[in-house]
Design a protein around this ligand. Structure first.
Ligand code: KG4
Ligand code: ZN
Length: 311
């Protein structure tokens, strides 16, 4: 069994997964409430909270289970946040003389598809849409991926979060917009879907368009039109994502990452393999899953392992 540890952003997570891809435990302590009053993740606050949560979260995930490998997200992410997970993983692995697997967070998101019961087999084309990344990936084997396209500015989740902030909704904004959009008219406002060459994405213009719409409306009018704005804004993001997927011409499609939890996106891609809802946003089961396809570093060579903020 593999113990996975994830602390790259504002979720402190640990999970135990079998070599065959069964989830034994999956513990996620979200810090979202802590960061909500700042309207986004404050890196230093996140690091300190990870320090408080990491041991109890790992203990809860382990719950007496014996593991033979420890896997941890080592990149990309907030450096101070990553360091808490990497240090904990090194200490645990060293104390038990176990091997350690350094996992790429994006490979982790893709590997959420390899857990049972979904157990998706490559090849497929994967949309990875989260708070930090928006990418189209070509996946030919479970050990990795090739990047076909990426966002030139904001990530799709970031567009949701910034849009929610403009609309006076809470953080993280994706879930809030998703819920509010159900009561609104998606054709009420015409938001531009950026067309950039190739398979890349761009979301910064969309956010600016919403800013102008919100400014044009008075307080009272905004309150009245909030759900229409949310529905139209969400429609534009979903359209941009779906158009790009269709532009690949691929027939086997998968979607992972926090934005894969979006109900309109899921409904727009009925034929796609969708990451299960609890595995869309950051978790450690996907990290342990990725470790099944990544070479371990033997004891004690990983003591020199470093976290990295970039991919
Ligand atoms: O994968 P994730 O947990 O963290 C990163 O690796 O970035 O993704 C978090 C992002 C946030 O931007 C959040 O607003 C978005 O996923 N998100 C959603 C939904 N649930 C979470 N976006 C749209 N609709 C949702 N239901
Ligand atoms: Zn993530």
């Amino acid at each position: 069994m593999i113990l996975g540890i994830e602390t790259s952003c504002d979720e402190t997570a640990a999970a135990v997964v079998t070599e065959g891809g069964d989830i034994v435990s999956n513990v996620v302590a979200s810090q979202a409430e802590l960061h909500a009053r700042f309207g986004g993740v404050v890196p230093e606050v996140a690091s300190r909270r990870h320090l408080e949560l990491i041991v109890p979260v790992i203990e809860e995930a382990l719950d007496g289970h014996e593991v033979s490998t420890i896997a941890v997200t080592s990149r990309p992410g907030l450096i101070g946040a990553l360091l808490v997970g990497v240090s904990a993983a090194k200490a645990l692995a060293w104390a038990r003389r176990l091997p350690l697997v350094a996992v790429d967070h994006l490979h982790g998101h893709v590997s959420s598809l390899y857990l049972k019961p979904l157990d998706l087999q490559p090849p497929f084309t994967c949309l990875l849409a989260s708070g930090g990344h928006t990418m189209l990936l070509e996946v030919t084997d479970r050990a990795g991926y090739r990047v076909l396209g990426t966002t030139l500015d904001d990530a799709a989740g970031e567009a949701f979060d910034k849009g929610a902030r403009l609309l006076g909704l809470g953080y993280p904004g994706g879930k809030e917009i998703d819920a509010l959009a159900r009561q609104g008219d998606p054709s009420a406002y015409d938001f531009p879907v950026a067309r950039v060459p190739g398979l890349d994405f761009s979301f910064s213009g969309l956010k600016t368009a919403l800013l102008y719409r919100v400014r044009d409306l008075g307080e009272a009018e905004l309150a009245e039109r909030r759900s229409d704005l949310a529905a139209s804004y969400q429609r534009a993001i979903v359209r941009a994502l779906v158009e790009r997927i269709e532009a690949t011409g691929a027939d086997r499609i998968a979607v992972v990452g926090g934005v894969a939890a979006n109900s309109e996106l899921r409904a727009a891609l009925p034929g796609a393999a969708l990451a299960p809802l609890p595995l869309c946003t950051d978790n450690a089961a996907m990290i342990a899953s990725a470790a099944r396809y990544t070479d371990p570093v033997p004891y004690p060579d990983y003591l020199v392992l470093d976290a990295r903020s970039t991919a």
